[in-house]
Design a protein around this ligand. Structure first.
Ligand SMILES: C[S@@+](CC[C@H](N)C(=O)[O-])C[C@H]1O[C@@H](n2cnc3c(N)ncnc32)[C@H](O)[C@@H]1O
Length: 319
């Protein structure tokens, strides 16, 4: 059996294949070929980052090993098939994995065939919302496993997808990972991120980098270390409960606070996947996927509101 790094390289080279643009153009209608190429490129870049994210891979490896043996598993979001591979290695009773993206299904199918996993799996090119009981599967699933988080946690509508997916679970069935937590850290300073440019100043000491340092655009994605307080829990969502699809929380900010950094944890038993930078490198910070995780305030604010609903997650400064 190939080791995990060889597998990662294999997926990565598979992902370089040219997508079938013709069938896609038909679906997207008004999109030009160039735009489609661009869309594919950014999703490929995202997938590459995800594949290289060892924290994420190890989290799902431990979780699947602990939970999937002899279980009927439904995976939502096949992607490039790495999580499907980990599930199959854990010897489930069966695996059904679905993805609305046909390119992903083709890629994952090939990847799983290449890696000699047992063929007690079915890949379906369907959104989970379109899965039909009993045509596609019976409602007797032990584990619905998911990895549908965007950089801020909420961007890919994972809450409503999982709520909808509960219809597939049997009586003791569970959503995995089962806990989602969003934290924020109040930050001060606009200047600490100057150190981000030390590298280039080492070789070009004459460089004036204040334009970059002052730019909110750069700020948004710069590592941030000046925290005014410990992490504050904003939302803790038990995905196996009857959780809310919209919520908001308001927090008082400490004096001198000039912005907030957010991160999320996905937890299952003893295992935690964290997007806190200090938790190790991860792919959720990638710029192509929308919102950054740091928001600098435009004015002096004494309170901040975090909210999510079906479509959006937002951070609002309040006076
Ligand atoms: C982060 S990727 C998952 C990667 C996957 N776990 C892997 O190891 O490659 C998320 C995937 O979920 C798919 N997806 C998002 N919402 C979905 C839904 N409701 N039903 C099916 N697939 C969905 C996307 O098309 C995308 O391929």
């Amino acid at each position: 059996m190939k080791d995990i790094n060889t597998i990662l390289e294999l997926i990565e080279s598979g992902i370089e294949e040219k997508p079938r643009l013709n069938s896609l153009s038909k679906k997207l209608g008004s999109f030009t070929q160039q735009k489609i190429e661009h869309l594919f490129k950014s999703s490929q870049n995202y997938m590459k980052k995800m594949i290289k994210d060892n924290q994420r891979t190890l989290f799902y490896k431990h979780v699947t090993q602990n939970l999937c043996k002899n279980k009927k598993v439904l995976e939502i979001g096949t992607g490039v098939g790495l999580l499907s591979y980990l599930i199959l290695k854990a010897q489930p009773k069966s695996l059904i994995s679905c993805d609305g993206n046909s390119q992903n299904i083709l890629l994952a199918q090939k990847f799983l065939q290449q890696n000699n996993v047992d063929n007690n799996y079915k890949l379906l090119n369907k959104s989970s919302y379109d899965l039909d009981i009993p045509d596609d599967l019976d409602a007797d699933i032990d584990i619905v496993i998911h990895e549908l988080f965007a950089s801020n946690g909420f961007g890919e509508s994972f809450l409503q997808t999982l709520k909808n997916a509960k219809r597939f679970l049997n009586k003791g069935g569970r959503i995995v990972p089962g806990i989602f937590q969003l934290f924020y850290l109040p930050t001060c300073q606009p200047n600490l991120h100057k150190s981000s440019f030390d590298n280039i100043r080492n070789i070009l000491p004459e460089l004036d980098v204040s334009t970059w340092e002052d730019s909110p655009y750069m700020n948004k994605f710069t590592p941030f270390k000046c925290y005014l307080d410990k992490p504050q829990l904003v939302f803790q969502i038990d995905l196996n409960s009857n959780f809310l699809l919209s919520d908001n929380k308001i927090f008082e900010l400490p004096p001198k606070c000039t912005g907030v950094m957010i991160y999320f944890n996905a937890k299952e038993g003893e295992n935690t996947l964290t997007t806190l930078r200090e938790g190790g490198p991860n792919h959720y910070f990638c710029r192509s996927f929308g919102e950054g995780i740091y928001q600098q305030f435009s004015k002096k604010s004494s309170k901040v509101r975090f909210s999510y609903n079906r479509e959006n997650f937002s951070i609002d400064e309040l006076d």
